[in-house]
Design a protein. Structure first.
Length: 349
């Protein structure tokens, strides 16, 4: 048996692992299996889901589908991932699969129009690493504190005796690298590097993968970033005096530069560099009065508390939610929630 993968607080009980293994092992080779990740999938959601799907194929399961809610558009940086042939539009996903596996979704709402599969399908197994996970599904493999959902996916593959190959490893490596910010965030433990080493042992090329995922953007996206970063606002007194920096990107911005919404996902990493602010935020317009909101913290404020207050979720250092209203209205709610989170921490301290 390979070395044990990453361990962290909140590790699932042995009975949960056994139930998940039994749910997979008990399937007929022609059983319908549906893998679902969250809306607007990122590298961890897609990589964990596709890597696990390839693992199921290695077990001999022939009817494996992978999907996510919303338009069936894979962001450009992930369009060379192995396992993309497993993807189907949400409208074509199995209605009554024998097994449903959910990846990187902290709540049922993140499954969008696919949430009904939790009721119409058979056993639902949830693989996640968000501390704010609401506890949905029949079998819950939620490792709060793990660096990425791919950590949980790799552990379940190991328990199923699925050997890593280059395709599975590339998917899991992309998931791990994206959710650790290229191994820069605090969740990057020695165990995370050991997992990365096991994945690299399959022969995948980290330099090529990193260039594709992190260092390749259309020129239009670069110009779009300039516009959006140029309107960033710093509020030094916000977040209990820890500082708050925010900006927003509109649908008009995307249209003017002829870009797709996914190009905005890495923008938060540029905003969070502001030395004067602990908390950073990017609002990305998704409708006339709707915004996908990304929050980051350097440690003084738990942004997952803010996101949960506003019907979202995430981690202490990274979280998000969907906000409604004008950009200033959404920012005002964030500002109030930040102050409440700081007061809550001070009361507990």
């Amino acid at each position: 048996m390979p070395p044990l993968p990453v361990r962290a607080e909140g590790f699932p009980a042995e009975s949960d692992w056994a139930a998940a293994v039994d749910a997979v092992r008990g399937l007929d080779p022609d059983a319908r299996v549906l893998l679902i990740c969250h809306v607007n999938p990122d590298g961890d959601a897609l990589g964990s889901m596709l890597g696990f799907g390839l693992g199921l194929r290695r077990l001999g399961l022939r009817r494996v589908q992978a999907t996510f809610p919303g338009p069936p558009e894979v962001p450009e940086p992930f369009r060379e991932l192995p396992g993309l042939e497993l993807l189907v539009p949400a409208t074509e996903a199995y209605q009554d699969p024998e097994l449903v596996l959910c990846f990187d979704a902290a709540s049922e709402s993140r499954l969008g129009e696919l949430v009904d599969r939790l009721a119409t399908g058979g056993t639902a197994v949830v693989l996640d690493h968000h501390a704010s996970n609401t506890g949905f599904g029949d079998v819950r493999l939620v490792q709060a504190g793990a660096a990425a959902t791919s950590v949980v996916a790799e552990e379940l593959l190991r328990r199923l005796d699925v050997p890593l190959d280059a395709g599975i490893a590339e998917c899991l490596y992309v998931a791990l690298a994206t959710d650790t910010g290229s191994f820069r965030f605090d969740a990057t433990t020695p165990e995370v590097h050991r997992l990365a080493a096991r994945l690299l042992d399959t022969g995948i090329r980290p330099g090529e993968i990193s260039r594709r995922i992190f260092d390749t953007r259309p020129l239009g996206a670069v110009r779009l970033y300039g516009d959006v970063l140029g309107r960033a606002r710093l509020e030094p007194a916000a977040a209990g005096g820890h500082g708050f920096v925010w900006t927003y990107a509109t649908l008009d911005d995307l249209a003017r530069h002829e870009q797709r919404p996914y190009v905005l996902e890495p923008l938060i990493d540029s905003v969070r560099c502001a030395a004067e602010a602990d908390v950073s935020c990017v609002l990305k317009q998704i409708a006339e009065d709707g915004w996908a909101v990304s929050l980051r913290s350097k440690g003084a404020v738990d942004v997952s508390q803010v996101a949960v207050t506003l019907d979202g979720g995430g981690h202490r250092f990274a979280a998000g939610f969907t906000g409604w209203g004008t950009a200033p209205e959404v920012v005002a709610r964030i500002r109030d929630a930040l102050d409440a989170a700081v007061v809550h921490r001070e009361d507990q301290g």
